[in-house]
Design a binder for this molecule. Structure first.
Ligand SMILES: Cc1ncc(COP(=O)(O)O)c(C=O)c1O
Length: 959
């Protein structure tokens, strides 16, 4: 990374507090936001007014534990905090939005003020949102029904040809596109005199185009060289421009927000006479925190009043408006940035894959172009190096045929948005009202001990929509102030059908700044296996990312309240605060003592296990009907003996033996389990485990997450008859052959299952009709093709260096999932206490959809194993299984009960791990082995059980 030159200097500009801080309109009446060291960092002085807050933090406030709590507050459950809004007369409704609206905070105007309310608009335009709380508008806006209708009506009634032809339909396309350009310019309060619109595939492509075409002066010429500066709170797509700059021998300089905000002096006038062009890029709104950076910077930087770094030359400004324009008006008549890249789906959700670069005509003629493609040339010679570009800047830069139908959709997007909302200023006020309200309630939620429930990462106090957009970024904390992993929050939110975003949001700079992650941490985390966008949320107890909610033009108060109620219900319900039970963390170097008095004592457990063993040992009769596997060959016996000898357990001698209690396979992914007493093991796991899957009409794998009734589809395998029989209530049984019919008329196609490539073939119309009838939606059955079964494909084999060639079926993470009855029993106690109703152990076991259920004396001891052997089979432990909402589905009825995942999370502290993934590498390829109920399990403990591997294996699309 090239080094910066000089320090940032700036002209006198508004004091920072004037830009970001403003008293709340009903300030004194508002409860005090929690004190959170990470929210006020010395390097972000423009942030919260720490002093004032610090003073107030000790004052009486609703929900605060201790004598200061008012009588009414005291009447509330102690765990629950209900902030109130406005004067005393309005108090009373917890989370009252009515009171909030009555208080009329400045810049907050909920709804669009036309006859119908927001709920009518939602019903009419977004029926698909029923039951869903969509809070990822910063990810993508949602299109209204009337946009689609207007667009498709348009397409149905007009013939649009290729705009590069000259015929009538082409002319229509050309003219309509030109009209759309004007419509876009109008939206941004400017005209074709000042700006040119270049259509691109999105904001990122527009950024790349700028980097490639900016008239950089490289290092090493006689002229002073150019600089590319960018705010560190920038999207990856901006930061990545430095790669292109570097290839052109141009230095890049990252600038922290505080550096530019606190910069004091201005560039001397004589240095402004230098013509070397420099580019400064900043986001109009941070996609991480919603902070709106001053638009006044544009003019200040262009005029030399403020300069990002002290270097002679002319500054041009790239305003990344992708996030900002989704909920705020941008007036380019006033704020004349040189480059403004946008993506249209961020504004009205459709079309995707279309963006634009608005380029100021002042710089447009200076842009360079090397490539020329269809439509961009005025003339060229095929045989000689002669090319003359088109005059119009748009035509010169729009390579090939533009996405003309999508461009036509934009007209309808702008029109419909205007009609529904009255324009961007109204959207700004509406979305800010929701963000302000949600922030105020969220930042005041406290545990009984006064500890905050969330840590919000923001630079403002959400009091002014000119400096804060409708984005709230936070992490959930426990009572001790420790962060709960964002993956866990995501899973919980999914349970409540709340769609939010987690991770680092393609903005590492902001993530580092707000979460206090150093450059070394990022590099160390990468070494630990964490990459952008994965679900490794905590490393050494520290968060690698956070949770983001964002509001859009059709977001409603109900969305905000559903989200807040979700946080309250999951974090502040009474039982969540109980001391969770944890996995065994101490190395067990001795035998499990029989007189241990803890809950995990062998005595107590053996009593429990006796009961459960009784429950568990009813070995199913399917063993008879499904055809027993071949008896072990002598060769296998000898290997089994050898393995048993080598895998001497570290602490088992004299202890109770661990045995296999149950074996399940799931022939059709996400459908019901098929229980067996013993079963052959293939090179992908249990034979026929997850060989088939149900897909929707687009060939996309369906799981119980989308279709819980899949658990009511009961497949069983009859090895003798070589068929899989599928049963479901109210349906005649149907069978499909076990024989792979690849090679006959089957069409092999490639599918993606949980981001892994698999080759599959369709099992035909008969079974497709059967499944569609039962599930009440079009679907089909497909099967993994055997021609690739034996070809190993690399899946998640983390922690299993020697097993990178392990072969997998349609499972997600590993060949086998193992759970322990003792762990189930302990969890059962916890859940039963919360549910206050009995829970069958069998039912609980089924929810965890394991392949192997073992009876071990100690709960969660399985988490300390690195290897196990069962009979002649040797397994390596891949890692823990982090649970998702599928455990909330009763596998007998298909009914959902959110409590189960919440209980697991409450019980296990900050994780939802339950069970371990195993990989098996066959010792010998010449014989098949079996896994049997009753077999002894011999574990090998981790060398140092204190060290926890990063939780990486997640039950992503379980089943
Ligand atoms: C501020 C900002 N810049 C750039 C982008 C990249 O946009 P796209 O992925 O549509 O190209 C995004 C996307 O979220 C963004 O929020």
């Amino acid at each position: 990374m090239p080094h910066r030159e000089g320090t940032p200097v700036a002209a006198v500009h508004k004091p920072i507090s004037q830009h970001f801080g403003k008293l709340l309109p009903y300030g004194k009446l508002l409860p005090v936001p929690p004190q959170c060291p990470a929210q006020r960092r010395p390097d972000r002085p423009w942030g919260r007014r720490g002093g004032r807050r610090a003073e107030r933090s000790g004052s009486a406030g609703p929900g605060r534990a201790g004598p200061e709590r008012s009588a009414r507050e005291a009447a509330l459950p102690r765990h629950r905090f209900a902030p109130r809004f406005g004067p005393a007369g309005m108090a009373g409704e917890p989370l009252s939005f009515r009171a909030f609206r009555a208080a009329r905070p400045a810049g907050c105007q909920y709804g669009y003020g036309h006859g119908e309310g927001l709920s009518a608009l939602r019903d009419r335009e977004f029926p698909r949102l029923r039951g869903i709380t969509y809070l990822d508008h910063a990810g993508s806006a949602l299109f209204p029904e009337s946009l689609l209708k207007a667009f498709t009506d348009d397409l149905r009634s007009n013939v649009y040809g290729n705009p590069h032809s000259q015929n009538i339909s082409s002319k229509l396309t050309h003219d309509t596109i030109e009209h759309v350009r004007y419509r876009i310019l109008q939206h941004f309060h400017t005209t074709a005199e000042d700006y040119t619109i270049i259509f691109t595939s999105g904001c990122t492509a527009a950024l790349k185009l700028i980097a490639e075409s900016f008239p950089w002066i490289p290092e090493g010429t006689k002229q002073p060289s150019s600089r590319f500066c960018y705010l560190t709170d920038s999207h990856t797509s901006v930061v990545g421009m430095r790669g292109i700059a570097a290839s052109m021998n141009v230095l890049s300089v990252p600038i922290k927000p505080k550096e530019i905000l606190l910069a004091k002096s201005r560039l001397p006038a004589e240095e402004q006479n230098c013509t070397t062009p420099h580019l400064f890029s900043y986001p109009a709104q941070s996609n991480f925190s919603g902070t709106k950076y001053p638009l006044s910077w544009i003019q200040d930087i262009k005029s030399g009043k403020l300069c990002p770094i002290k270097i002679p030359g002319k500054w041009f400004v790239l305003l990344d408006a992708a996030s900002y324009v989704s909920s705020s008006p941008l007036d380019l008549g006033v704020h004349q940035a040189d480059f403004i890249p946008i993506s249209f789906y961020k504004i009205f959700g459709f079309p995707t894959g279309l963006g634009a670069l608005l380029v100021n005509n002042r710089i447009a003629p200076l842009l360079r172009k090397t490539y020329f493609g269809g439509g961009t040339a005025a003339a060229y010679l095929a045989e000689e190096d002669f090319y003359f570009p088109r005059k119009s800047i748009a035509e010169r830069f729009e390579d090939g045929t533009v996405s003309f139908l999508d461009i036509i959709a934009l007209k309808h997007g702008f029109d419909v948005l205007e009609k529904l909302t009255g324009g961007m200023e109204k959207i700004k006020q509406h979305t800010f009202a929701l963000a302000h309200y949600t922030y105020t309630v969220l930042s005041n939620l406290k545990y009984a001990n006064g500890a905050p429930v969330v840590r919000i990462y923001s630079d403002t106090d959400f009091s002014n929509p000119d400096v804060q957009g409708p984005i709230i970024n936070f992490n959930v904390l426990d009572e001790n102030g420790d962060v709960l992993g964002f993956s866990q929050v995501d899973s919980m939110a999914s349970l409540h059908n709340i769609h939010l975003r987690t991770g680092c949001f393609c903005n590492t700079g902001a993530c580092q700044m707000h979460l206090g992650i150093s450059n070394e941490d990022i590099q160390k985390n990468l070494q630990a296996g964490h990459v952008c966008g994965d679900n490794i949320d905590l490393i050494d107890g520290r968060p690698t990312g956070s949770v983001r909610i964002s509001f859009g033009y059709m977001s409603s108060f109900e969305d905000a309240q559903t989200f807040l109620n979700f946080i309250i219900a999951t974090r502040l319900s009474k039982l969540d605060t109980e001391t969770p039970f944890q996995s065994v963390t101490k190395p067990t170097t001795e035998c499990v003592p029989h007189d241990n008095s803890s809950f995990n004592s062998a005595d107590k457990l053996s009593q429990i296990l006796q009961i459960s063993d009784g429950e568990l040992r009813n070995i199913p009769s399917e063993a008879e009907t499904t055809g027993r596997w071949q008896p072990l060959e002598p060769e296998a016996e000898s290997i089994r003996a050898a393995v048993s000898e080598t895998a001497v357990p570290t602490c088992r001698k004299g202890g109770k033996p661990i045995t296999v209690a149950k074996i399940y396979l799931y022939p059709i992914k996400s459908c019901s389990a098929f229980e067996v007493a013993e079963w052959p093991v293939g090179n992908q796991g249990l034979l026929y485990d997850r060989n088939w899957m149900v897909v929707n009409q687009n060939g996309i794998c369906m799981t119980q997450k989308q279709e819980p009734r899949l658990c009511l589809v009961n497949p069983s395998i009859d090895l003798k008859q070589k068929i899989m029989v599928i049963q479901a209530e109210g349906m005649d049984p149907i069978s499909v052959p076990l024989e792979d019919n690849t090679g006959k008329e089957a069409v092999i196609c490639e599918s993606k299952v949980c981001s892994h490539r698999v080759k599959t073939y369709d099992c035909g119309e008969r079974i497709a009709d059967w499944l569609s009838t039962f599930l009440g939606r079009p679907c089909r059955l497909i099967r993994q093709s055997s021609d690739v079964k034996n070809k190993s494909h690399q899946k998640n084999t983390k922690g299993l260096s020697s097993a990178t060639n392990i072969s997998l079926s349609l499972v997600n993470e590993a060949q086998y999932l193992l759970i322990n009855v003792a762990s189930i029993l302990q969890l059962k106690e916890h859940i039963s206490a919360r549910l206050k109703e009995p829970l069958e152990i069998e039912e609980l076991i089924q929810r965890f959809r394991a392949n192997i259920v073992i009876s071990a004396p100690e709960s969660f001891e399985e988490e300390e194993w690195v290897e196990i052997s069962i009979g002649a089979l040797q397994f390596q432990v891949v890692g823990p299984c982090s649970r998702c909402q599928i455990i909330c589905i009763d596998q007998q009825s298909g009914e959902r009960n959110k409590e189960i995942l919440q209980s697991l999370s409450a019980a296990r502290g900050r994780k939802t791990n339950f069970g371990i993934y195993l990989m098996n590498q066959p010792l010998h390829s010449s014989f098949s082995d079996t896994l049997s109920v009753g077999s002894q399990v011999l574990p090998v403990l981790k060398e140092n059980t204190e060290i926890q591997p990063p939780t990486s294996s997640k039950e992503k699309c379980s089943g």
